[in-house]
Design a protein around this ligand. Structure first.
Ligand code: HEM
Length: 576
């Protein structure tokens, strides 16, 4: 009955008509794994550019592509919930981290994690990025024979995971202090551990996608019996093992520090340094999570939240009505008493709610957050692999970017952050790559309310998806959309462009928390590579049209993001 109701409510939306039992319209997506994006695009060409309905198994979904259609979805403060049907599979690997949570739990975690990516913290990260990127470029140039085609994805993967371990977790994976991330596992050395983790993460995401498109595999006991189910178990073990190692090392560091300076948490700070948010800027997110010094909500913040959060309306409405009635009928003294009682009740109710959500008393369980932060690094490594290919394919862009890098390198007295911020053309080249290849090309919300679009209304309960791969090709905002032109992002050319025409990091309350982190890190890597080597196209990546781009949760190039490296002329190297 529910299905008939939802089908009729979506009757006015374009898209394939007859959803089959259990499969919905998924049959349109069945076919070879490497043709996923192509099949999605076919559906778009047939029914787009407006909203397109599509049943994923028994779940009705609507795909949105035009900036004016995705704006109401992404900017909504109320539509922040992730669809269980999709994120169940993600949760299997990465736990209840920020990416998968919904409702109040998401809100609290988001608040707790935000200071880890505060711009002041990024100032410290810029130095780490620059140092690590230079070492990475050196290592790449030394390891990859000149002129040989190679796939940059795995090497970038290990590099960015190493960076998150050093920045957000405060553990230098190369330092002996970290015990090289613990004793080698089954005879594997540290580098192998990171490589193994990269592979496990990549495969985990592929399995997630496989489950989404084969919804019966979302039934856990059934899934566990399949080949992918067994593989998933191995990947889970690898991800969980690394998470435990990281947390164990951090706990040891905190304990040693606590013994040295002695406040019990390992977090006291002799100089009492705090940033604007009251968070001790010297400490990473993991220090704070494990030291119990996470940004907890104060009573005032809780009451504030009760007022503003859509998920707690009933308590607020009842309270307001009661207070209004009382104001009319009783004397001022009684009103004051009632208000006090009401506030106490609200605080108690909300605190109880939080106790249920966070039984350990901490709003932040570090395990899923560590796993999530490890998982999302694939977005940066994949984007970097696309950037390397685009620079290889567009030599004139590469030369212009290199000239900028060398000029900034020649300047004296700049901090690492100042240097990275001066790389304006490099930044535009990164942005243009993310326009053409937005790594997270698709993301979804489960609608809790009706969603009003400019031309139609989408009923609540539907899974609404932003398909930004196509948004970024909207010819009204991106003339000649396939052309790679970093200068599209010159300030005067951005004037008048729809604010949702470019959303590689999503937008609104659930946008990417790591956006600035990722942009800085990518600029550091591009700068280090361009100062060291010239990039040339590799096998299968000889032209933009030849790239076999596909979607494996994240965008990827089938056959690898292949490039070749050429050492720079001696003079350029000396300048670098
Ligand atoms: C080029 C690199 C990156 C891209 C393109 C990207 C893109 C995105 C997008 C589109 C979302 C929204 C997804 C959704 O609504 O389902 C997102 C969320 C998120 N990203 Fe990123 N991301 C990148 C790098 C990073 C990095 C480096 C970090 C952490 C260090 C990070 C952490 C997160 C987190 C925690 C969320 C969930 C936020 C929430 O739901 O409140 N991302 N990212």
């Amino acid at each position: 009955v529910d299905k008939v109701r939802k089908t009729s409510m979506l009757a006015h939306v374009a898209g394939p008509s007859y959803p089959l039992p259990l499969l919905g319209n998924l049959i349109e997506m069945f076919g070879p794994r490497d043709g996923m994006l192509g099949r999605g695009m076919k559906i778009f060409y047939r029914y787009g550019p407006g909203p397109i309905k599509f049943w994923i198994g028994e779940t009705p979904s609507v795909q949105l592509m035009r900036p004016e259609d995705i704006e109401p979805l992404l900017s909504s403060q109320r539509e922040v919930d992730k669809p269980e049907s999709i994120y169940k599979a993600v949760r299997g690997f990465f736990g209840d981290g920020l990416i998968t949570l919904s409702g109040d739990a998401w809100f609290v975690h988001r608040r707790a994690l935000t200071p880890a990516f505060h711009f002041k913290v990024l100032e410290r990260y810029a130095g780490i990025f620059t140092r690590r990127a230079a070492a990475f470029a050196e290592q790449l140039a030394a390891e990859v024979p000149a002129g040989q085609s190679f796939n940059s994805v795995p090497k970038l993967g290990a590099f960015v995971i190493g960076s998150i371990i050093e920045t957000a977790f405060g553990i230098d994976p190369e330092s002996s202090d970290s015990g090289h991330l613990g004793p080698a596992n089954k005879g594997l050395q540290r580098v192998d551990l990171l490589d193994q983790l990269v592979r496990a993460t990549e495969d985990a995401f592929f399995i997630v996608l496989h489950r989404i498109f084969h919804p019966w595999l979302l039934i856990d006991p059934l899934f566990r019996m399949t080949r992918y189910g067994r593989e998933a178990k191995e990947h889970e073990a690898i991800i969980s093992d690394m998470t435990k190692r990281v947390i164990a090392i951090k706990k040891k560091q905190l304990k040693e520090r606590a013994e040295r300076v002695g406040d019990g948490s390992g977090l006291e700070d002799a100089e009492g340094e705090t940033d604007d948010d009251g968070v001790r800027a010297k400490y990473t997110f993991l220090d704070m999570a494990l030291g119990g010094n996470v940004h907890k909500l104060s009573d005032k913040e809780i009451i504030e939240e009760v007022r503003t959060r859509a998920t707690l309306p009933s308590v607020v409405v009842v309270v307001v009505v009661v207070v209004v009635v009382v104001v009319v009928v009783v004397v001022v003294v009684v009103v004051v008493v009632v208000v006090v009682v009401v506030v106490v009740v609200v605080v108690v109710v909300v605190k109880l709610r939080y106790k249920i959500l966070f039984p350990n008393g901490s709003p932040l369980d570090p395990c899923p957050q560590v796993r999530t932060l490890i998982a999302v690094q694939q977005t940066t490594s994949s984007t970097l692999s696309f950037i390397m290919v685009m620079l290889a394919l567009h030599q004139e862009v590469q030369e212009r970017a290199r000239a900028e890098v060398l000029a900034v390198n020649a300047e004296e007295g700049l901090s690492p952050l100042e240097r990275l911020k001066r790389l304006k053309y490099v930044e535009r080249a990164i942005k243009e790559t993310l326009r053409l290849y937005p790594i997270t090309a698709v993301f979804s919300r489960k609608l809790k309310h009706e969603l009003k679009l400019p031309t139609q209304t989408i009923p609540k309960g539907v899974l609404a998806t932003a398909f930004v791969y196509q948004t970024h090709r909207d010819p009204r905002h991106w003339p000649d959309p396939e052309r790679f032109d970093p200068d599209r992002f010159l300030p005067d050319r951005c004037v008048g462009r729809h604010p949702y025409a470019y959303v590689p990091f999503s937008a609104g309350p659930r946008n990417c928390i790591g956006q600035r982190y990722a942009m800085l890190q990518m600029a550091a890597v591009v700068a280090a590579l361009l100062a060291k080597v010239r990039l040339r196209p590799g096998e299968g990546c000889e032209s933009q049209a030849a790239l076999h781009v596909n979607i494996d949760i994240f965008l990827c190039i089938e056959g690898g993001a292949n490039v070749r490296l050429e050492p720079l002329e001696a003079q350029a190297e000396a300048e670098a």
